[in-house]
Design a protein around this ligand. Structure first.
Ligand code: HEC
Length: 119
């Protein structure tokens, strides 16, 4: 009985995560994030890569941007984009980005060239 319950709880958690993932993906494209951060969130130029960054990190950055906090001048670009998200949006979008499944395998990643691989 305990095992059945555990499997049930685990399935529910998986479902909840995949709902967040789907909602996050809709937001990522719907809010235009992809136009700067790339269709696979791979980043380019001064727009950082977001794919597979830790969820806590992404959430903290977005909340900081909402509060007008950034370490760089170019971070100000993000203030209005972050302010268009609510708490749930930030959670969904961070789940999506942190667990992003690669659509292409060996894609050339320009941000690794400029910044060096940080993974
Ligand atoms: C007009 C281009 C542009 C758009 C659109 C945009 N961003 Fe950004 N974003 C940037 C730039 C530039 C930075 C780097 C800011 C800095 O130097 O701190 C950044 C930084 C970030 C960071 C912090 C990453 C890190 O490693 O420091 C996150 C998270 C992020 N953006 C999420 C989003 C989300 C989510 C959206 C859509 C709601 C979005 N961005 C839309 C340009 C953009």
């Amino acid at each position: 009985m305990k095992v059945v319950l555990l499997i049930l709880i685990y399935t529910l958690i998986l479902c909840a995560n995949s709902l967040e993932y789907e909602a996050g993906r809709d937001l990522y494209y719907g809010k235009g994030c992809s136009s700067c951060h790339g269709t696979n969130a791979e980043g380019s130029g001064q727009n950082p890569k977001l794919a597979n960054r830790p969820k806590e990190y992404l959430m903290k950055k977005l909340v900081d941007f909402q509060n007008g906090k950034s370490n760089t001048q170019s971070g100000q670009i993000m203030f209005s984009f972050a302010r268009s998200l609510n708490q749930k949006d930030i959670n969904d979008i961070s789940t999506y980005l942190s667990t992003l499944k690669k659509e292409t395998s060996d894609k050339y990643d320009i941000s690794d060239d400029i910044l060096g691989s940080v993974d």
